[in-house]
Design a protein around this ligand. Structure first.
Ligand code: SF4
Length: 193
């Protein structure tokens, strides 16, 4: 739910939405699918672009019901490559959303790439600024132990560094990753990514 609701919105808005659904005891596959699309849209309004997200949530939940009888456990056991491909075919689920579902809901060893990942690594000259999603994901997965807990923490730390220090104007002097610049300025990204 969070992976879809967070598309193009800040996480606190997602938390408010999830709290709202939980308070109404609707945070279940069956409960959510029993709602009409309009009702669901109204309930998830705090997460923004709520009509689109209601449609996407229903598409994902319908997939979960058709493929795994509505149980999240299937996400933990199905063959990973085929599961990821199928998830990507669900309307509104792009690579970042699919990988967030696989990592956080399925506990699968998939690295979630986001704008902060690309920005930090590009500024440190570890990847070209225009590197594509799959290339960056593949690079990280090849160079890190395939451990979901580590991928989870690594992603969270990149987000934390990105939010606090690696902003449009980087605050390198206070950043914990400044040692890796080895005294050089970060690569300037133009247009900024
Ligand atoms: S040291 Fe500078 S470029 Fe590197 S992550 Fe921190 S803020 Fe970004």
């Amino acid at each position: 739910m969070g992976a879809i609701l967070t598309q193009n919105t800040a996480w606190p808005n997602v938390e408010r939405t999830l709290k709202r659904l939980r308070a109404r005891k609707l945070l279940t596959v069956r409960g959510l699918l029993a709602l009409r699309e309009g009702e669901l849209a109204r309930l998830i309004r705090p997460a923004g672009t709520y009509r689109v997200k209601a449609r996407r949530l229903r598409a994902f939940l319908a997939f979960l019901r058709a493929r795994f009888g509505g149980r999240f456990g299937g996400l933990r056991r199905a063959p990973l490559g085929e599961l990821r491909t199928t998830l990507l075919s669900v309307s509104g689920i792009g690579p970042e959303t699919a990988d967030a579902i696989l990592l956080y809901a399925g506990g699968r060893p998939v690295f979630v790439v986001d704008a902060y990942t690309r920005r930090v690594l590009a500024r440190h000259r570890l990847v070209p600024p225009a590197i594509g999603y799959e290339a960056l994901r593949g690079l990280l997965e090849r160079h890190l132990p395939r451990d979901p807990a580590l991928f989870n923490e690594y992603h969270a730390l990149l987000v934390a560094v990105g939010k606090r220090y690696c902003r449009s104007r980087p605050l390198c002097e206070a950043c914990p990753l400044r040692f890796d610049l080895k005294g050089r300025p970060p690569r300037s990204l133009s247009p900024l990514r």
